[in-house]
Design a protein around this ligand. Structure first.
Ligand SMILES: O=C(O)C(=O)C[C@]1(C(=O)O)C=C[C@@H](O)C=C1
Length: 361
């Protein structure tokens, strides 16, 4: 045995022994989760939700708070997301709808939010994700709602207004776009394809580096990659993992104009989520079209000490310059201050819809 092997052997034996213990403990945890599932089923029947976003957030936050290191807190988050996912999967499978096809950022976020022990249901449009949840073809859905460069995803905002679904979680992703082709160069390439948001997020780079290429919008970046895989004249903008899925070669990486380009996603489903200790509540409000009305609309929030984290407006499409306001606030709808503010809003505003309370990321 050489020196390296001699020194590694006892360390690896230690790792083997700990892995065996970890597996024993995980199996015990899984058996307890199965019992939780049985109790839920016995007391609540078929309809009781296996997914408890507030409990999952509490378990993970608790472990992150007592993490002794040297594992980074992000690693604790990632490992326990998978442990909980596997336990949840034993209780009952979770089907997650998202904007497909496979390889999109939406799929990436669905897997990092709910873990890999899920059934994925790729959908062609954001509308289809909502429909899949509404029609119970999926238990939950994952939809993009805003991007740090491009702003709101209007289709999601419009569907939240009319759909009965509830928001039960949020998550965000740093979006790094790559330019990819069959050959790994731009020789013979005449057009670049991507989702309109991705084209917009890379417009500075495209203008500077390949302004001669026609820009064509398609339904998703993964669809652009699929098309590029079958046609050497097409370049696609998509994620690095999508390049792998379609055996495309990367021409340039991280071509988005904002290096911190982030997209925020919402998890949507049917159930109301209980307080987790650190929550957000999303509302849609509308007021009469007169001077000072928006200011008055926000007064009940300030009066009850409720902080606003996001404020977005969408035209109501009445042709009257009326708007719906999408407001995110800190706290759970059942917190006394938030509950009082919502009650006052219901008395004063022309329209109030509470989209849901959910663990803040
Ligand atoms: O505590 C529960 O209700 C469980 O079902 C267990 C568990 C877990 O594995 O910790 C699994 C799924 C739920 O979403 C929350 C937590």
């Amino acid at each position: 045995m050489d020196d390296l092997a001699r020194q590694l052997a006892p360390l690896r034996e230690g790792i083997d022994a700990l892995d065996a213990q970890i597996l024993e403990l995980l199996s015990e945890r899984a058996r307890l989760a199965l019992r939780v599932g049985e109790v839920k089923h016995a007391l609540g029947g078929q309809d009781v939700a296996v997914l408890r976003p507030e409990r999952e957030a509490q378990v993970i936050r608790g472990l992150q708070a007592r993490n002794p290191g040297p594992l980074p807190t992000d690693a604790v988050h990632a490992v326990w997301t998978e442990i909980i996912s596997a336990c949840r999967g034993l209780e009952r499978g979770l089907t997650v709808a998202y904007l497909g096809p496979a390889g999109t950022y939406s799929e990436q976020i669905a897997l990092s939010h709910f873990g890999h022990a899920i059934t994925t249901l790729p959908c062609v449009t954001i509308d289809e994700v909502f429909r899949a949840v509404e029609a119970n073809r999926a238990d939950v859905g994952m939809v993009p709602v805003e991007n740090s460069t491009e702003g709101a995803v209007n289709r999601t905002l419009d569907l939240l207004l009319t759909s009965p679904v509830r928001i039960l979680g949020e998550n965000s992703l740093v979006v790094r776009h790559c330019l990819m082709t069959q050959s790994g160069s731009l020789e013979g390439v005449t057009r670049v394809m991507a989702h309109p948001q991705a084209l917009a997020q890379c417009q500075g780079w495209l203008t500077q580096h390949c302004n001669e290429l026609a820009r064509e919008a398609v339904s998703s970046n993964a669809e652009a990659a699929r098309l590029a895989a079958g046609d050497p004249t097409i370049a696609a903008i998509a994620s690095e993992s999508t390049a792998g899925t379609w055996s495309l070669q990367i021409v340039a990486s991280s071509i988005q104009d904002d290096p911190h380009n982030r997209t925020r996603f919402l998890a949507i489903g049917h159930q109301d989520t209980r307080p987790s200790g650190k929550d957000k509540t999303s509302l849609i409000l509308a007021v009469a079209n007169r001077a000072g009305a928006v200011y008055e609309m926000l007064t009940p929030l300030a009066q009850n000490g409720v902080s606003m984290t996001r404020f977005e407006s969408r035209p109501a499409r009445t042709g009257q310059w009326e708007y719906y306001f999408y407001v995110d606030i800190e706290g759970h709808a059942s917190d006394p201050g938030v509950a009082r503010a919502i009650e006052t809003l219901r008395e004063q505003a022309a329209f109030v819809k509470v989209l849901g309370s959910y663990p803040a990321q």
